[in-house]
Design a binder for this molecule. Sequence first.
Ligand code: RAT
Ligand code: ZN
Length: 434
Amino acid sequence: MGATSLNPSDLKNKVLPADLLAVDQIHSAVEGTLAATPFIDIHTHLFSPAFGKLGLWGIDELLTYHYLEAEFFRSSNTTPEQYWKLSKRERADAIWRALFVGNSPISESTRGIIAVLQAFDLPTDASALEEAREFFNAQSIEQHIRKVFEIAGVSDVVMTNDPLDPEEQPVWLKGDQDHEQFHAVLRLDRILWGWPKHWQQLASQGYAVDEKASGKSIGEVRRFLADWHKRMRPLYMAVSLTDAFFYPDDSITSKILGEAVLPSCREFGLPMSLMIGVRRQVNPRLRLAGDAVGRADLRALENLCRSFPENRFLVSVLSRENQHELCVYARKFNNMMPFGCWWFMNNPSIVEEITRERIELLGTTFIPQHSDARVLEQVIYKWRNTRRTLAPILTNAYKLIYDDGGGISRRHIQRDVNRLFRSNFENWTSLRAG
Ligand code: RAT
Ligand code: ZN
């Protein structure tokens, strides 16, 4: 590599070894590779067909997504109390009228609806939703899932499975959830921070636990996790934590995390996913849409990564202000993998900023995105947006290599895209490419 940087005309005329791309070929090579590589969606709220009604899909579910409900209340005089009294269909109609007929759908979530309608050749400017409803009603779920994943360019999706959810539990107990594209995750919110409300559920299932998580409780939580590990075969364990989360402290959360959950993760060879920074229910009238964001003290993460070097942590943070520290911690601790641009971060301008920063600090040792989809067809627009935002960012990163006198081939690009969207996750979990 030469020490002096090349100017643009030198770059054009540079004689390249056989498989290296010319600078003006990079963008299309990156776009082509992103389009042709099936991604693993490492965190969603989707469910396989075995879970029946828990799996959401179709236009009414798409329109009543809580990201859109939050926007609806800004563009309508309907109060939340009036809204919650409506049927699902009436809510979808109200949201369609307010955000799509009465307004231009320029926000991230509203554009997503347009992209999904367009993907199925449905009208994007209709005054009513009948045609879309007819289309979705006519689909059979297994086939529809295959089609949606194909359009979205995803091979696998990872679910969020709560063993204490009364609707989900019976499906696991029956033991008929086994789908080659949907993978389980043992989600522990009810245990890790919801203990005071939920410990009795464990007790009623025969685990000798108490309200203070004292005595035998820790051993019994481990027995519970072992039983659910056997039942679910999860790829990782997970929890979402508030901006006030700290470790260590004298909370039940710290105790169960450090003494039960992390040892179990080690025993089963599973990473622990920490999603940090939610401020729950700042406006309870909005229900699921009522959560906000707060900056967290990431020294908690530092303490975890240092105290548990044998554990691996997948980490996403919700506050923009925490993103840079997260990258710095990843440089200090190779048992931590930053992932995704979560929830309020999943907007092109922020994704761009975060991803550039991650590439600059971490190369390809992070997982750029997950969809967080709650409704099946959302994977179409969420992954389309990710590819669109990522293409110029990666292109720019490669062009800088040229600028500094190096080169890049399609093979390099494919290797990097694989790492980012597949093998960084595969190598940390038991999910292996087909
Ligand atoms: O993005 C979301 O839909 C949030 O409501 C949360 O579900 C978050 O992703 C989580 O997993 O806690
Ligand atoms: Zn989520």
